[in-house]
Design a protein around this ligand. Structure first.
Ligand SMILES: Cc1cc2nc3c(=O)[nH]c(=O)nc-3n(C[C@H](O)[C@H](O)[C@H](O)COP(=O)(O)OP(=O)(O)OC[C@H]3O[C@@H](n4cnc5c(N)ncnc54)[C@H](O)[C@@H]3O)c2cc1C
Length: 320
């Protein structure tokens, strides 16, 4: 292993703070320190990192993630990592984080494991657990080269206040951009934070027409839930914006209540909702795999079930 420290990075400070809790535990086991790479020198932000466990805070000047692309951010992070050579680098698996992690690992000629659910030390080696084969299996992976570059899905760990030494080191990096934008095409977004929703009503191809979305919207309204969907609904049919699709290539949600409406339950969808507390499935096919993922199954036509559910919920609410 290299210098034994554990360093975290995310362009979203709240996610980096979540990683610091895990970093602190690992650094404790390694008998080393925790570090955080922070873009910009806002005093309030830097103080937060110390409050949540960072012993050393590398304040990077000269890179703005909103203006500069992931290549510039990655170049800056690489420069800090190559000068500190920690054992472990934890990054939040945001869109930018995943790109940055791959770039950093490549430039340091080391290993990179993405979307890890857990990180531990085994016989002085770093071991991670991650879903593989569309989420059907859990793999345990041991790093052979260091630093171990690891990405973790947002909100996998909790931010835990635990004061670190908070020594600040300012790093001025000069990045040479390797990519230039040739054009920007906006993606339609709802702006909804599905990952944080307490209840989700998700729709699939069991709906016959776009107009029928209103049936699910009414149920979501009655339950105080957000509307989500499978990939065909947003990606192929374009009935809902891309940021409402749940699954392997979409959002990972963990609401208290998840209602799957006309969804077959393919593994690529299920990996995005399997951490939900209570799952209700409405599907007219008794053999749909979604039933196996559910606490409550309604085997019936969604066009009959949804209006009945909405009127029952409204009736119950009316009675207080
Ligand atoms: C690399 C890759 C990544 C992918 N990533 C994702 C992902 O992130 N998220 C995702 O969702 N998918 C993803 N997919 C697609 C995934 O494999 C499935 O094709 C998709 O999840 C199926 O969507 P669905 O359940 O809406 O449709 P279908 O599989 O067509 O299921 C529709 C269901 O509706 C039921 N139904 C029909 N009519 C009614 C009715 N009147 N009442 C009640 N039920 C009815 C049917 O019985 C059926 O079970 C990915 C695929 C690949 C290859």
């Amino acid at each position: 292993m290299t210098g034994k420290a554990v360093v975290v990075f995310s362009e979203e400070d709240s996610l980096a703070l979540e990683l610091l809790g895990m970093a602190k535990r690992l650094a404790g086991e390694l008998g080393s320190w925790t570090g955080a790479i922070v873009l910009g020198d806002s005093e309030d932000v830097v103080a937060k990192y110390a409050e949540y466990g960072a012993d050393k805070i590398f304040v990077v000047l000269g890179v703005d993630p909103r203006k500069d692309g992931p290549d510039a951010v990655a170049e800056a992070v690489s420069q800090v990592i190559s000068s500190t050579m920690p054992s472990i680098v934890l990054m939040a698996a945001t869109k930018m984080g995943k790109e940055v992690a791959a770039y950093v690992a490549q430039s340091l000629r080391t290993g990179c494991a993405s979307e890890c659910l857990d990180v531990s030390l085994r016989d002085s080696q770093v071991e991670v657990t991650r879903l593989v084969m569309g989420g059907g299996f859990l793999a345990r992976i041991v790093f052979m080269r260091y630093p171990a570059v690891i990405t973790v899905p947002p909100h996998r760990f909790q931010a835990i206040p635990s004061r670190g030494e908070g020594t600040v080191e300012k790093v001025k990096v000069t990045v040479q951009k390797r990519l230039s934008k040739v054009g920007i095409r906006p993606v339609e977004k709802s702006g909804v934070k599905l990952e944080e929703a307490e209840a989700v009503v998700a729709v699939g191809r069991g709906l016959k027409r776009k107009e029928d979305l209103k049936l699910a919207e009414e149920l979501a309204g009655a339950l105080g839930a957000e509307l989500g969907c499978t990939r065909p609904i947003s990606g192929d049919l374009k009935w809902l914006p891309e940021d409402r699709h749940i699954g392997l290539s979409g959002k990972r949600v963990k609401p208290k209540l998840y209602v799957a409406v006309g969804i077959s339950g393919q593994i690529q969808h299920v990996v995005g909702m399997r951490e939900s507390k209570v799952v209700v499935c409405i599907n007219n096919d008794p053999n749909a795999p979604m039933h196996r993922e559910s606490d409550y199954s309604i085997v019936n036509d969604l066009y009959k079930v949804l209006p009945a559910l909405v009127s029952t919920i409204k009736g119950l609410k009316g009675r207080g």
